[in-house]
Design a protein around this ligand. Sequence first.
Ligand code: FMN
Ligand code: MN
Length: 489
Amino acid sequence: MALPPEQRAELGKDLQSFLRFLETYYPNEILRVKKEVDPIFEATATLWRLEKEHRFPVVIFDNIKGSDIPCVTNVHASFPRLAMALGLGIDATPRDFILEYMEREDHGIEPVFVDRDSAPCKEVVLTGDEVDVFKLPMLKYHELDSGQMDPGYEQHRGRYITLGYEIMKDPDTGIRNAGIYRLQAKGRNKFGIQISETAHGHYIMQKNLKHGRPTEMAVAIGLHPAVELGFLSFTSIDVDEFAMAGAMLGEPLEMVKCETIDVEVPANAEIVLECEIHPTEREPEAPFGEYPGTYGPERNNPVVYVKAITMRRNAHYQSSFVGHWDNLLLSGVTRNSMIYKACRLASGGVRAVYVPPSGRCRYLCYVQMEKLIEGDPKNAAMAAFAADPFLKYVVVVDDDVDITSDSEVWHAIAQRVRFHQDAFVVTHARGSPLDPASYDPAGGSHLVTKVGIDATRKADFPLEISTPGVDQVDLDALFGDLWKQTRKD
Ligand SMILES: Cc1cc2nc3c(=O)[nH]c(=O)nc-3n(C[C@H](O)[C@H](O)[C@H](O)COP(=O)(O)O)c2cc1C
Ligand SMILES: [Mn+2]
């Protein structure tokens, strides 16, 4: 369940060390593309082609047209890699992951400061006119991705940064915050930004906007996946996510001050953009291919100016393919622990929760429990809904059902549910504004209908068939190897 100690020691604390770890011990997890690849669709078409083959390796594009910087993609597109980032074995289960993640979330490790001379992200410092974001291998992901461009930059329309960790400080409390908010490249030193209304980053920006102040914001690109898992932990606005990043890394996160703004960033980041969100300017941003597999609508969104770029000498840029496994799994594994905690609070019988990829790791949740008293499954379902507003269907099953298997869960629904008494429906509840089945998807409605289902066996469930001795049968003794050569259905 845990990585062997010699492998664990080489997990590293930055993106490139993690990639070296994979190359050394799990070389089949990485593919490299050496030929020149167009940032407009060609890289993402390659990833999607692999996806159609059910292959989700890390893909490193060494040579994206127009950039000297390699583009690392798909790091989070496979669950075992996320588990290994936390020191778990390649065969860890989602339940192993939740328990490890929760344990670490409960023991934050405060960051430490290093001086700029020992910070890899300061090896190259570009300020003022030296700033040109189009030197970064930013990709265009989906056909209709767009947004308003500055004059002269039309050929770059639709290129986005999707895996920048935006770091800001709450002006009232001074507490740091980190979250991913996409950036639409508009000009040499200018982006549009989409920060959802519910993100902490949005509250911080609003506090500054009320006073007509710009918001200082650093964007860290290219981090160790454990650091990313910490930054994305579902904490209250009063928790410094840098302590969560340290907890996931297993040691304090090393931080360094920015050159031009009063913000601190991970010293081991590959690339850092030092920015300000303009206090008044807004411009059309998007459409952009979003996590549900549909486009997020164009909006008049804030504008961001880049004051400096600092980076490693051999910096690697990192991208996430939004709407695909790389994006879905990363958000999925971090919400599981929040849902699990709430469900355990509601019922001590809950054993595990899982937000399956079939629900885009957002809309569906399976809860596995040892039902000690009737009614408990519905309470567990209500707790899951209370914890995560994006959920629309929660299905609670007995503890012999494998909740990582959609077909086992559907079997339980088909066999054990009297819908009129085992399900409950809540209309007009808050969901995701990007939900394609919200009451008004074109208008960006966040109102959705939620369904909780108790698919556990009820007290009058008939006796199930069984045959004594199944586990004692020795197939090798009976058939030699021949049984293994029969077709597996
Ligand atoms: C690949 C990826 C892309 C994301 N893009 C956005 C985005 O563009 N806007 C947004 O508000 N949230 C986005 N999110 C979700 C937020 O980053 C996430 O909810 C985060 O926890 C918000 O942090 P905060 O509440 O501390 O601000 C994205 C998540 C992932 C994994
Ligand atoms: Mn936060």
